[in-house]
Design a binder for this molecule. Structure first.
Ligand SMILES: Cc1ncc(COP(=O)(O)O)c(C=O)c1O
Length: 303
């Protein structure tokens, strides 16, 4: 298919071939930025990560990202080996080394580190965590709104790899995305264990019906920082917003749908399972929320 795309699509930027990457305290050229084949993250997906965005010298919602990183690390019993300030310093050092001032995206990853033997038991990871920060020049650019397909892969219960964890292992989401692509869509819409619409494989999901904004209850999906900002912005601006259960029937009949995530902010959805949503273009409520979000970022920058 010629028009394959994803929600994390950005303008081509040749500078990304020459970026410097943080690997365990060293900042090295991309070609030298490697981790061991014994690394817990490579071998088992045993780690947690955050995606952060730089706007005019300011890492948006940095405190929330650092909170979520440390909460996730605590949940998987992983000692990051740095305190909050240490992680922020590493992020800023990487930014500075790359001379980046705006329109950059960072993927900050921490794994349980190098294992003694190639087996699962976490006690085999004895040499401390591995931390990597990949920071790229990034200006999101989508040629058209996103097409989604519903897939059989569910957002599971919290006792089976809590779907709120930003874990390295994303196999459930990857399988969902593969199924969606095979169905001719860009990305997957995933249901919860009760069959209600929940989230996509990589972003949170919202619909607009008769001027109201609906998103899932928040169970079974990533506690997205952008998701929460959108809810807060709607409340502050008098847009009715509900975190509730809703079905595919409600979704097919929505006037608008959009995704949220740090990378793309709010991304319009044109189609779900071959049904056009609304006009198939970005709707007025999505546009209003995008403008409110842009203003919020500006407010953050000027703090
Ligand atoms: C599965 C999933 N949903 C949603 C999000 C969006 O979260 P945020 O708005 O904090 O970037 C992410 C990003 O990490 C994700 O992996």
């Amino acid at each position: 298919m010629t028009d394959k795309m994803s929600t994390h699509q950005a303008e081509d930027d040749a500078r990304n071939e020459d970026i410097l990457i943080y690997v365990d305290g060293r900042i090295v050229p991309k070609v030298q930025a490697t981790v061991s084949v014994y690394d817990s993250g490579f071998m088992l997906g045993d780690g947690v990560w955050e995606g952060l965005r730089l706007y005019d010298g300011h890492w948006a919602f940095l405190d929330e990202h650092i909170d979520r990183l440390f909460e996730a690390a605590k949940a998987i019993d992983l000692d990051i080996g740095l305190d909050r300030q240490g992680v922020i310093d590493a992020l800023r050092a990487t930014q500075e080394a790359n001379g980046m001032t705006t329109d950059a995206h960072a993927r900050l990853m921490v794994t349980r580190g190098v294992k003694m033997r190639p087996f699962q038991h976490p006690s085999l990871s004895r040499s401390g965590p591995t931390m990597v920060i990949i920071m790229e020049h990034s200006r999101p650019k989508l040629p058209r709104p996103i097409r989604l397909a519903t897939v059989p892969h569910l957002r599971g219960l919290p006792m089976t790899q809590d779907p709120k964890l930003n874990s390295h292992s994303k196999l459930n989401c990857i399988l969902a995305c593969i199924a969606a692509e095979k169905a001719g869509a860009d990305e997957a819409l995933m249901l919860d264990v009760n069959g209600f619409v929940n989230t996509t494989n990589a972003c949170n999901f919202f619909i607009v019906r008769k001027g109201e904004v609906w998103t899932s209850t928040g169970d079974y999906c990533m506690n997205g920082i952008t998701r929460q900002k959108v809810i807060d912005l709607c409340r502050a601006d008098g847009i009715p917003v509900y975190e509730r259960n809703y079905s595919l029937v409600d979704t097919y009949g929505a006037d608008e749908a959009f995704l949220t995530g740090t990378f793309g902010a709010q991304t319009p959805v044109s189609e779900l399972d071959g049904r056009v949503i609304g006009t198939g273009q970005m709707g007025p409520v999505t546009e209003r929320i995008r403008n409110l979000y842009k203003a919020l970022i500006q407010q953050e920058i000027s703090k």
